[in-house]
Design a protein around this ligand. Structure first.
Ligand code: HEM
Length: 160
């Protein structure tokens, strides 16, 4: 029981910290894509690394999220539907809304990354990265339990 609690807290801290890497990498990649589109320069090896690292960070967040999902007390079926200050209960938010939105966002990032890798022209690479990563970022921003979110609220930085 104690081990489960420690594991839950560890995963929660990692998932909470990695959210900032997910967001920072997406903002950075989108910025690179926009500047590449505007300048008309070639899609360099460094741009390709940014594309790849951004997708990998989101995959790590997905794995952390899935692990949390399996042990989180807030997702368990016997949790009261009434807990939570948002429009929906914390249970509904984390069991359905958060996982659905975030899983879709990670799929969008993965497809965008794969397409950007394969499309022919340099401009198309930047455009693909900009559009797909941009859509994923919007979905993620909507489904993070920000302290000000109308759905569910968690701190910016977690410390137990
Ligand atoms: C990909 C982008 C994702 C971001 C940015 C993100 C962000 C967050 C944040 C900020 C929290 C609150 C952490 C805290 O309480 O300190 C959270 C909680 C949670 N996330 Fe995610 N998440 C993502 C994906 C996922 C996915 C794909 C899943 C499930 C498969 C997931 C499952 C959970 C669960 C279950 C909790 C609540 C854990 C608990 O309180 O016990 N997350 N997420």
């Amino acid at each position: 029981m104690e081990t489960n609690k420690t594991m839950h807290q560890t995963l929660l801290i990692l998932h909470s910290i990695n959210r900032w890497l997910v967001l920072a990498s997406l903002f950075y990649a989108i910025g690179i894509a926009l500047s590449g589109l505007r300048s008309g320069r070639a899609f360099s090896g460094a741009d390709n690394t940014v594309r790849h690292v951004t997708a990998t960070i989101s995959h790590i967040q997905l794995l952390l999220g899935l692990s949390l999902y399996m042990i989180s007390p807030v997702v368990k079926f016997d949790v009261a539907e009434t807990i939570g200050t948002g429009l929906v209960s914390e249970h509904t938010f984390f069991r359905l809304i958060h996982i659905a939105f975030m899983a879709i966002a990670v799929v969008v990032i993965t497809i965008g990354s794969a397409r950007a890798k394969r499309v022919g022209s340099e401009k198309e690479k930047f455009r693909t990265m900009f559009v797909w990563f941009g859509v994923a970022l919007l979905i993620i921003l909507a489904a993070v339990p920000w302290p000000f979110s109308p759905l569910a609220n968690r701190p910016y930085f977690r410390s137990f």
